[in-house]
Write a protein that binds this ligand. Structure first.
Ligand code: URA
Length: 282
């Protein structure tokens, strides 16, 4: 006899998953991605036997052979670490165009987030635009479509842009983090540090007249401050690119925050009006 499923129990389990941020079943069986990456990393660093031809003696070398020589192998990060941040700085510098930066990011495997994300979320809008908006990280809709700000926050952002006579043909939009953190959790400080060189190079290559940071994480990172958004919003600051160019920056409230606190929309509206005035030379 087939056992009767415990419907109430299953409902509870689903509710638990949903609260924990599990919003999509991918496979029937759980996958341990960390075990996967450590096996691959171990395979990469395993000592290899030196062949007779390699040691030049015609004999197999006794004892343990030395580890593989330093070949440049893109190693997945089992745990994000400083070495990956250094690698990110190195490769991001090499991008001479936005196309190159996107291709480099698509290849970069030093950030765990890319292994759980479905798509790289690079940017949307007009790269020739005079202003650039930077959010935090893609959510579920963005991950599925590979475009920033296309979910509910994105719809509000579009309305905010419309309020100053702009849309995605006259603005450029991206995020600090180009891959969705699983379950929309906050990116860790190390993940952010690994992504930092890419967003800094991204801004440098777009070279907007004005930058708008949306919410706390992008404001703190791009202005190098610990001061909260509520204090910083509405006041002009400066983002300094790695090459030393100073870009006037307006921190404002994140659309996701505004969805939860609609009474504060007027503050964001004021901030964007200041942006509009600056761009029109007033
Ligand atoms: N929130 C963000 O910060 N970025 C997005 O792309 C979507 C939501």
């Amino acid at each position: 006899m087939t056992p009767t499923p415990d419907i109430a129990g299953l409902r509870e389990l689903l509710a638990f998953y949903s609260e924990a941020g599990v919003d999509e079943p991918l496979t029937e069986e759980p996958l341990n991605r960390f075990a996967e990456t450590s096996t691959r990393a171990a395979a990469i660093s395993e000592p290899v036997p030196v062949t007779r031809a390699e040691n030049g003696s015609g004999q197999t070398a006794p004892g343990t052979a030395p580890a593989r020589p330093a070949v440049v192998v893109a190693q997945p990060a089992a745990v994000p670490d400083e070495a990956q941040a250094a690698r990110a700085r190195e490769v991001a510098r090499q991008a001479k165009t936005l196309g190159e930066l996107k291709a480099i990011l698509a290849e970069f495997d030093g950030c765990n987030l890319r292994f759980t994300a479905k798509n790289l979320v690079f940017a949307d809008g007009n790269q020739e635009a005079d202003f650039m908006l930077v959010g935090e990280a893609p959510g579920r809709d963005e991950d599925l479509q590979g475009l920033p700000f296309v979910g509910r926050s994105g719809q509000l952002l579009d309305r905010m842009l419309a309020a100053i006579g702009r849309d995605r043909t006259t603005a450029y939009i991206t995020n600090v983090i180009p891959w969705r953190p699983p379950g929309n959790r906050d990116p860790s400080p190390l993940e952010t540090e690994i992504c930092r060189p890419f967003i800094e190079r991204h801004i440098e290559l777009v070279a907007p007249k004005v930058l708008v940071t949306l919410g706390n994480p992008s404001t703190k990172l791009l202005l190098g401050t610990q001061t909260g958004i509520m204090r910083l919003r509405g006041t002009w600051s400066v983002h300094r690119t790695p090459g030393g160019v100073e870009i006037p920056t307006m921190p404002t409230l994140h659309p996701a925050y505004l969805l939860r606190n609609p009474a504060h929309k007027k503050l964001a509206w004021r901030d964007l009006l200041a942006v509009k005035m600056k761009l029109s030379g007033q």
